[in-house]
Design a protein around this ligand. Sequence first.
Ligand code: RAM
Length: 348
Amino acid sequence: MKLTKKLTLLALCVLALAVVFAGCNKAAGADASGGKLKIYYIPKDTVNPYFYAIDVGFKEAIQELGEDKFEYIYTGPATAGPTDQVEYIEAAVQNKATAIFVSANHDSALNRTLDDARAAGVKVFIMNQDIPGSEDHRDAAIMPASFANVGPLLIELMGKQLEYEGDFAILSATTDAPDQNTWIEGIKQALAADSKYSKMNLIDVVYGDDQPEKSTTEMEALLTKYPNLKGVIAPTAAGIPACAKVLQTRRLTGKVKLTGLGLPSTMKEFVDDGTCESFALWNPPYEGYLAIYLVDAVANKGYNPAPGSSFDAGKLGKVSVESNGQILTLKDLMVYDASNIAEYAPLF
Ligand code: RAM
């Protein structure tokens, strides 16, 4: 064979290989049909309105970057059990997702499923929290705020309302929830760390499973079991309005204090009538918004969300990845009370 012929053959082989590799890349990144990025958000459950507020942010960023570029699917189980999300993650992988965002109901029960997803080329992000001890099983975690700030803030809000004295309880979500358990630990540590709280006693922790009915029953049981109960911290957006409703119905407004984490939209009526003087949260829509910018950077700009790196997140500016692989949408939480509830209630 002549040299020119050999070279032409070689060039053709290289071209053929390039075409094959480009095809592989496409299968792992953009969806083969239409070139859209396929994004799944799997909340803890599909009943809790808290997660709709995150969904709003996903949609806002998709509108900004171009609706023709994304296929976005919000799906998940009706209940928040440790393995209830497995089948939804598997279905997303089957459907050739570019990336999945999961608000995990357990810190390790999803590890195998997440590993399988990553092995299939899907980017795996934990959303609204992290999976402590299982960080190796995800690409990064989108955090609503620094979790180190949650416990100290909630104990201070409770302390102020109680004038730093009295028995109080915690009404949480599910017993396995990684975020809830991190915050409960943070509340206990903050309580023990400052002598200012020495007359405040945490007497029980109960679980409403992020369901209004169970949260109501658990709140009523607390009031019956502890006639001397002076306050409740409910760090759950599904639990805190249920607790407030019980206090309002039983005319215990002002007698049993209430704080926690909640949505301004569902808490406004209870702030207005004094049942809950103050509570806290971050900005859930920011999380979904940031998620879309992250996927866009990863799939379209070759970005690797490694610790220490950063990417452009639209109106949120330049966002960086912490050393533990967490991405913070905000550092501090916001406190809501009579001074600002009307402003935030229409937003989320
Ligand atoms: C609950 C969920 C969620 C938490 C919010 C504040 O509904 O447990 O994970 O971030 O409240």
